[in-house]
Design a binder for this molecule. Sequence first.
Ligand SMILES: Nc1ncnc2c1ncn2[C@@H]1O[C@H](COP(=O)(O)OP(=O)(O)OP(=O)(O)O)[C@@H](O)[C@H]1O
Ligand SMILES: [Mg+2]
Length: 253
Amino acid sequence: MQISVRDIEFSYNGSPVLQNIRCEISGGDFIAIVGPNGSGKSTLIKCMNGILSPRKGSIHIGEQNIRQHSLRHLARTMAYVPQKNAGHTPATVFDTVLLGRKPYINWKPSASDMEVASRIIAELGLEEIASKDINKLSGGQQQTVFIARALAQEPEIMLLDEPTANLDLRHTLEIMNMLQELCNKGLTVVIALHDINLAMRYATGIMMLKEGEIYAWGGKEIVTEEILEELYDIRVQVMENNTGVHVVPVGLK
Ligand SMILES: Nc1ncnc2c1ncn2[C@@H]1O[C@H](COP(=O)(O)OP(=O)(O)OP(=O)(O)O)[C@@H](O)[C@H]1O
Ligand SMILES: [Mg+2]
């Protein structure tokens, strides 16, 4: 399903955070949003999810303005994995993943809801901790559980805000590979990432945000030394070998 961001502006308490953001994201795209801390990545993702309302402009999911979708329909269409998951009431991993089925449940989960939650727990290798309280997990395990909960929604669009920040190299690859496979089947992925190398490896499109505006937007060809040096105000080398193109930060300016 496509996402159309139409000239949005967003302010927190009157101070502008996003300006002139315009982009068209097609079904099956894998879009990475990169940019310095505070550039507006999380805010843009929250606008796409409808948690925040832009001061100007609009967001369309499929053919419809996001404001015209019912919350239940939106929750079946779009899943969101936030950057921060602070303060949880006690719940097991299984119950947390099952919560992802909420948009489909009337008053009690069906056998197929239970089956979806169990399947995703198995796919993400969470069986051994399925009965544990999520408050007693490591940061990376918790992050994986919240990705599992989003997958249980069986959405057409997934918005993920730095989902691999707490993950080790292996789990990072597992999650990214899984998202890529789902994308190949039509899922639309929008992911805020700090790791520009991961973005280049997986994304079909890259949006660079700087101070709340789109600094560059396109394919991997926009990732050049000049652009990255300007975006992050550092010195960068872009190198190529038989495993692909790699960005190496070499120092401060
Ligand atoms: N709830 C809030 N109230 C007021 N200002 C906020 C709020 N959340 C974020 N901001 C401000 O909005 C700007 C953009 O923040 P945002 O979280 O979108 O950045 P980001 O690109 O996701 O950064 P990071 O890479 O650190 O996650 C920052 O200047 C931040 O201080
Ligand atoms: Mg953020």
